[in-house]
Design a binder for this molecule. Structure first.
Ligand SMILES: C[S@@+](CC[C@H](N)C(=O)[O-])C[C@H]1O[C@@H](n2cnc3c(N)ncnc32)[C@H](O)[C@@H]1O
Length: 276
């Protein structure tokens, strides 16, 4: 089998793939992403015994292979994540949001959280560990973790992480307390794993039927969308947050008109968007 070179993706196939991924996930891949397509799609070519990305495009165009199409889109998502990413945001939750919710909530104390581009689960589980560390185990807690990629969700549900993954951001005391070593990997204990429910959700879908959340993480995913998609998602997210609910975006992401629905506040080193 020959490996494809940049020149080997014909231009109309490149356009086809751009549109294919955009229509199925909203992800914008610019004209200079040949290398990304090649590196991400190589394992799929290999599995299918295809020589080039052009052959893959023929398959997608002509046979309407749903499963292959799904794998292509998944391969083009970027799933980078780690425990307690942007620690200032977790610190703001600990010092400001949780005390406020504790004060406001009536018995039984219910708190609802959503990790809306959860990837392999580190974001949702970091929050779960934080809640346990704050002594909230007896509360009625719901953490929803969603992602468009079913592949990452399977990993998230398993709660199994490699050494290199637990080395990123997870404080050693929390590793010792909430994980057990399992061969070369680390297994998150059921006590934490059971706190998060995972579901496949495309952020471009209507969120109208979702219950009000106290906090939504929507971090490091908007960067892949165009302005129209971002604005629509921000409006929908406002709709699922109760007044005063928090939206946390990735620290380096522009907030694209979020001020229309949210008040931007700086808490410690964190930027927080509070539903108006
Ligand atoms: C870079 S990860 C961010 C993970 C985590 N939020 C963090 O900040 O560490 C981006 C995730 O967004 C997901 N994603 C991409 N497009 C999506 C869409 N249209 N709907 C839902 N999730 C999407 C990807 O599958 C990927 O797992």
């Amino acid at each position: 089998m020959s490996s494809s070179s940049s020149a080997s993706i014909e231009w109309d196939n490149y356009r086809f793939l751009q549109k294919y991924v955009y229509s199925r996930a909203g992800i914008v891949l610019e004209d200079n992403k040949h290398y990304l397509f090649e590196s991400r799609l190589a394992p799929i070519l290999q599995r299918l015994g295809l020589d080039t990305i052009n052959d893959l495009c023929v398959l997608l165009r002509e046979s309407g292979e749903v499963e292959v199409g799904h794998r292509v889109v998944e391969a083009m998502t970027t799933n980078e994540t780690y425990f307690f990413r942007e620690p200032a945001q977790y610190e703001a939750i600990r010092t400001t949001l949780l005390p406020r919710l504790k004060e406001e909530s009536q018995y039984p104390k219910k708190l609802r959280f959503w990790s809306a581009a959860a990837s392999t689960g580190q974001e949702a589980y970091s929050l779960a560990m934080l809640l346990l560390e704050q002594g909230l185990a007896e509360w009625d807690l719901e953490i929803l973790g969603t992602d468009i990629s079913t592949h990452v969700l399977e990993r998230a549900r398993s709660g199994r992480y490699q050494q290199i993954e637990v080395n990123r951001g997870l404080p050693a005391p929390l590793l010792r307390k909430y994980f057990t070593s399992s061969g070369l990997d680390w297994q998150l204990k059921d006590e934490v794993r059971r706190m998060v429910r995972y579901e496949a959700v495309d952020l471009r879908e209507s969120m109208r039927s979702r219950r009000p959340f106290d906090l939504v993480f929507c971090r490091n995913v908007m960067i892949y969308f165009d302005a129209e998609t971002k604005t629509k998602i921000l409006r929908e997210l406002r709709g699922v947050l109760g007044q005063g609910g928090w939206l946390l975006l990735g620290g380096s992401e522009p907030a694209f008109g979020a001020e229309e629905w949210f008040e931007r506040q700086f808490i410690g080193g964190a930027t927080v968007f509070i539903a108006r």
